[in-house]
Ligand binder design. Structure first.
Ligand SMILES: *Cc1c(COP(=O)(O)O)cnc(C)c1O
Length: 427
């Protein structure tokens, strides 16, 4: 039976048999028992499927990964301990020392640091292009050693919308896959594979968990990218892996499973960024209401954005659901049912007004988080980016007055009253 996405949020990934637990069971065990070392040996050789050590794979995690895989419409998926781990593995699985990757410049600050500083130190070079780059600019960024293109469906915190179809076309014309971080949109609002993306990742810490309860990441493969057709670029997938007696991933596991099997067998084995089965259980609880929560986040954010845009003390509002926003038209194409619950705005009183305003909020909490049930707010110039001066902030696309508001799923009238009250006390 195939079901619609709303049903898959609840049922995909686990179907209990007669007498089995109704909820996904938490297999809180590091290790798994076998009757013979011969059977164990086959697992180590990737000759048979099964579990032997939770650093590589765990049944609870795999059930939850299978659910997210169904939501995105992929062929294989894996959970990781964080979104950062997912970003790293997704690229490092196909790019190494001496390689080059193209990334949208408006990406999450943590991902930017991972790419521009840490992975650069590992010998991988990144070129950052505007999400609004022309085809010429995009094509000019490719080099013979380019291995992937990376972008975010809706960028955190710039809220730029990626032209997924155009970025995918450019990537494919140069024989490399497009990796999309779909954290802010979620598969409820956008499924990047339908627009040509090849790999999707998430920080599941955000909407997928949805309650600020557990940190995690996920990588999903569409199974559409033909590694064999570009085997000169991706020998790791198309030539023998000596650490598994010469297994060739595309040959043994097919295009649908090669990429995720390699990331599990090599990267998870060696780096061990495993999500705990208990976190995976919490993530699954969140997923069961994803299709109900996301539309509410979007409706609340739309109402708050409209309220703010009419307020005399507000200088500007950035939300792609507002007509006139730079990404309004693109959002209509990729996000016809809504974008996300995150808004950014600035007050006419600038940085000082932002601080005063936030101090007066009662319902919205000041937190370094976004995308959970509770409305929260952050002033990046005073928190995540506080080491930067005003000039550096502008270069990073974050003005000193920028306030990032993650609209929760409380009653929208209460959220707006809280903002109204705080604004009334702000100069
Ligand atoms: C938070 C976030 C990440 C990093 O995820 P963690 O789970 O915090 O490691 C990556 N990408 C986006 C878009 C994010 O919002």
């Amino acid at each position: 039976m195939s079901y619609k996405i709303n049903t898959n949020c609840i049922h995909a990934g686990y179907t209990p048999k007669n007498g089995e637990p109704r909820m996904i069971p938490i297999i809180q065990s590091t290790t798994f028992k076998y009757d013979s070392s011969e059977e164990m040996g086959k697992l180590f050789d990737l000759e048979s499927e099964g579990y032997f050590y939770t650093r590589l794979q765990n049944p609870t995690n795999d059930m939850v990964a299978a659910k997210i895989c169904a939501l995105e419409g992929g062929t294989a998926a894996m959970l990781l301990s964080s979104g950062q781990a997912a970003s790293f593995y997704s690229v490092f699985n196909i790019a190494g020392c001496g390689d080059h990757v193209i990334s949208s410049s408006t990406i999450y600050g943590g991902t930017f640091n991972l790419f521009a500083v840490t992975m650069k130190r590992m010998g991988i070079e990144f070129t950052f292009v505007s999400p609004d780059a022309t085809d010429e600019e995009l094509n000019a960024a490719f080099r013979p050693n380019t291995k992937a293109v990376f972008g975010e469906t809706i960028a955190n915190p710039a809220l730029a919308v990626l032209d997924i179809e155009r970025f995918a076309k450019a990537a494919h014309a140069h024989g490399v896959p497009l990796i999309v971080d779909n954290t802010f949109a979620t598969p409820i609002n956008c499924r990047p594979f339908e627009w040509g993306a090849d790999i999707v990742i998430h920080s599941t810490t955000k909407y997928l968990d949805g309650h600020a309860a557990s940190l995690g990441g996920v990588i999903v493969d569409s199974g559409n990218f033909d590694w064999d057709a570009h085997s000169d670029k991706f020998p790791g997938l198309t030539t023998p892996d000596d650490s598994y007696h010469g297994v060739v991933y595309t040959e043994k596991f097919g295009l649908g499973k090669a990429y995720i099997t390699k990331a599990t067998a090599q990267l998870m084995r060696d780096f061990g960024s495993m999500q705990s089965p208990f976190n995976a259980y919490l993530l699954n609880l969140g997923l069961e209401s994803l299709h109900v929560r996301v539309p509410r986040h979007c409706a609340n954010a739309q109402a708050v954005a409209e309220y703010l845009s009419k307020h005399e003390k507000v200088a500007w509002v950035n939300y792609c659901g507002l007509p006139g926003n730079k990404y309004y038209e693109r959002a209509k194409k990729y996000l016809p049912n809504g974008s996300c619950g995150v808004i950014s705005f600035g007050l006419k009183g600038g940085r000082k007004a932002a601080e005063d305003f936030m101090r007066e909020l009662r319902l919205a909490s000041i937190a370094t988080h976004v995308a959970d049930a509770k409305t929260c707010i952050l002033h990046p110039a005073n928190a995540t980016h506080r080491q930067m001066n005003d000039e550096q902030l502008i270069a990073a696309g974050i003005s000193a007055d920028l306030v990032r508001l993650s609209v929760g799923i409380e009653d929208v009238e209460d959220i707006i009253s809280d903002i109204e009250h705080a604004l009334s006390l702000t100069e």
